[in-house]
Design a protein around this ligand. Structure first.
Ligand code: AMP
Length: 413
């Protein structure tokens, strides 16, 4: 049966076939019928579950063919990278239609975007600030929008975009189909939902907080001054295809990126101080396999679809538990398995506990056997209660020096 049961248009079905999708993912199974029947929906699903197709396929099917009425389908995204990614996915799904797509985001010139809008785009994928600029300049009108998608709404909130989003929604006709996707629903998003949607249905796939189940994640305790050495040792020992290394700050990302380059790794660096061109080149090179390591700040953590990331290494423990889920969501996407390693220093204990509470489970503590550890208080704390761990391998890494620092066995203070 696959995708044929949903009543999608013939050309969209051809697009899906060309993408090689055979069976719908759970969020697609639930969302496509709702959107085909014209019901507003709130989608909450783990990252990498196929949510782009979940909203794009039914909406593209209802758009039909290109016409000159003006944009009828608007997708709002929090970052340029996400906007570019969703635009590419929509172009792929719509490749057997004659629908026209424009992507609109800041950090680049206006010319190409204005041209795409002038030609008469049916679909706009946009970040809020630049879209408002185009509206003010009269190069874009939203009075014919019939389908509105607010993607990564919690991220929009984090980035302070909600007032802009509201201004944009005010420009759209009230008579429309609205869907909103968000990993969490804080009160601000709740009120956005009340304001923008009519009797929405909620589609929640799996636990909102849990990371993809195909990811094996472990913690490597280490002292601060050995972090870089341990990272290098891990990269030497792990059989990875591609790895994203997350750092807390832009400076640290630059420093670690340059250090790994010196060690002959093919490295790209992604953070918000880099120019739009540099960011695009970094992502493209990483996707194409030119770079094996992407060193990034959290800007890259949410929603970005980089296929086949085999490993995520948190060089720094994320300060917000939800960022942990987003970061390790880069691996294990769409049922591929992946591994996530987090380097932890003594001061990170509170953040690690917060993450464990958030995801509802303890993360295993392991040591890299071949690495020469200096003393760290974390080991001291764990050793008396440690039990031997059976030889275990995660893609070629020997995980343990013989000790399992499982929380239940830990020495009570
Ligand atoms: P998304 O959550 O939309 O970013 O999608 C995550 C990844 O899953 C993308 O690489 C999609 O191309 C892929 N994907 C989405 N739906 C399916 C499907 N039904 N079958 C196989 N792959 C899919």
């Amino acid at each position: 049966m696959g995708f044929s049961k949903f009543g999608l248009s013939h050309s969209v079905l051809e697009g899906v076939k060309a993408m090689g999708y055979v069976e719908p993912t759970p969020i697609q199974l639930r969302s496509i019928p709702l959107l085909m029947s014209g019901t507003d929906m709130i989608g909450s699903a783990q990252t990498g579950t196929g949510k782009t197709a979940a909203f794009a396929l039914p909406i593209l099917s209802q758009l039909g063919a290109h016409d000159r009425t003006g944009p009828r389908f608007l997708v709002m995204e929090p970052t340029r990278e996400l906007a570019a990614q969703v635009e590419t996915a929509i172009r792929d799904f719509a490749r057997f239609t004659n629908l026209k797509v424009a992507v609109v985001y800041g950090g680049v010139g206006y010319g190409k975007q204005t041209d795409a809008l002038k030609i008469g785009a049916d679909i706009i994928v946009a970040t809020p600030g630049r879209l408002l600029d185009h509206i003010q300049q009269g190069t874009c009108k939203l009075d014919k929008i019939k389908f509105l998608v607010l993607d990564e709404a919690d991220r929009m909130l984090d980035m302070g975009f909600l007032p802009d989003v509201r201004r944009i929604v005010e420009r759209c006709p009230r008579e429309r189909l609205t869907s909103l996707f968000s990993a969490t629903i804080p009160p601000e998003i709740e009120s956005l939902i009340k304001w923008t949607m009519r009797s929405p249905e909620t589609v929640e796939i799996g636990l909102r907080r849990s990371p993809a189940e195909t990811v094996k994640h472990v913690i490597y305790p280490v002292s601060e001054d050995q972090k870089s050495d341990l990272l290098r040792a891990l990269l030497d020992h792990v059989n990875y295809d591609s790895v994203i290394v997350f750092c807390r700050t832009k400076n640290r990302a630059d420093r670690i990126g340059h250090m790994l380059k010196k060690n002959n790794h093919a490295v790209a660096i992604l953070h918000s101080n880099r120019t739009q061109r540099e960011r695009e080149q970094a992502l493209k090179g990483f996707r194409d396999g030119k770079y094996e390591v992407l060193v990034a700040t959290d800007i890259a953590a949410r929603g970005l679809d980089v296929a086949n990331v085999s490993h995520v290494i948190n060089f720094d423990v994320p300060q917000h538990p939800e960022d942990y889920v987003h970061r390790i969501g880069r691996t294990g996407r769409a049922e591929n398995s992946g591994d996530a390693f987090t380097l932890m220093v003594a001061e990170d204990a509170t953040h690690v506990h917060a993450i464990e509470r958030f995801i509802g489970k303890k993360i295993e503590h392991v040591k890299l056997e071949t690495f020469e550890y200096k003393y760290t208080a974390l080991f001291e704390d764990a050793k008396p209660g440690a039990v031997p761990m059976h030889e275990k391998r995660v893609r070629g890494v020997r995980l343990s020096g013989g000790y399992y620092f499982g929380p239940s066995k830990r020495k009570k203070r």
